[in-house]
Design a protein around this ligand. Sequence first.
Ligand SMILES: Cc1cc2nc3c(=O)[nH]c(=O)nc-3n(C[C@H](O)[C@H](O)[C@H](O)COP(=O)(O)O)c2cc1C
Length: 339
Amino acid sequence: MTERLFDTAITRLLGIRHPILCGGLMWLADARYVAAVVNAGGMGFITARTFPDFDAFRAELRLCGELTRGRPFGVNLFISGRAEENAVLDRYLEILVEEGVRLVETAGNTPEALMPALKAAGCTVIHKVSAVRHGLRAEKAGVDALAIVGQECGGHPGLHFVGTMVQGALAARTFTVPFALGGGIGDGRQLLAALALGADAIVMGSRMTVASEVWAHEDYKRKVLELTEADSRLVMASFRNTYRCIDNEAARAVAELETAGERDFARYLPHVRGANAREAYATGDWNRGILSMGQSAAFADEIKPVAEIFAEILADAAAARGRLDRMRPAEEAPTSAGS
Ligand SMILES: Cc1cc2nc3c(=O)[nH]c(=O)nc-3n(C[C@H](O)[C@H](O)[C@H](O)COP(=O)(O)O)c2cc1C
């Protein structure tokens, strides 16, 4: 396993080797992927809403525990803006606690309603936000750590499209709990930059979609390899539910509806329903569905195991740290007396 380079508040909080979190990935973050992340020294999150029913979720947790040989891993609980979609969260929580999981990444809406149950169960909670003010609210609710993403990120960049560079420095000035920084991160230079900004870890999603352990069809991964930093698109901003996703046929169809001022969600549904994305991952037909993807797809240049992706990122971070060290000015020669 890659040499340990950084000791941070988050590596200590989670007992992990490297300050690398791989956030929840709808449909993709299953036991095999999350175990690969954990076994490579980072932290991953089984994404609860991915599984067809509670039994399948429980089975996935058990499999992950076997694949990590008992090493801790996390679960991602996405908190919807629609209350009726959150009825399942209590049951997910019961199951994950029964299965011995004690780490939860919450995301989406505020985790306040879930916090008493999470804390009563002894869970460590990392809440992911796209705005500093949401982070402050979650801190008050008692989360142990935060993750903050900038507008470059795949998935939900929030409403105001604040960049990762700004989020990182603002978070460092503002948050009192440790935080991870994400959004466009997929290179070791950025890991070092995130730590320099004040983060205690990075959180990645897009860069990891081409990991060998991700079950998605090879044609999808090959498409991701081709993507540049300019090949994502923002959709659904008109519903205050923005996604950054692959600029594909489905995304363009949604963009056209938005440009035309369409307000009837039913017209969007054929393009945005989650089942389409699952189909796209299963068949490799990457034009189908809204497929979350950020600018860091540009760093995905080879399908390879998680451990190799981490090794590359860590080697680049070490080189970047060396470069900074070499930038120290030489001791100034003493000037002649009196000058
Ligand atoms: C394909 C994909 C699916 C995602 N699904 C989820 C999800 O279900 N829940 C969640 O909290 N975040 C989700 N995210 C966001 C990631 O966990 C992470 O915060 C984000 O990808 C970080 O930014 P990056 O894409 O620039 O690395 C997803 C991201 C991608 C790329």
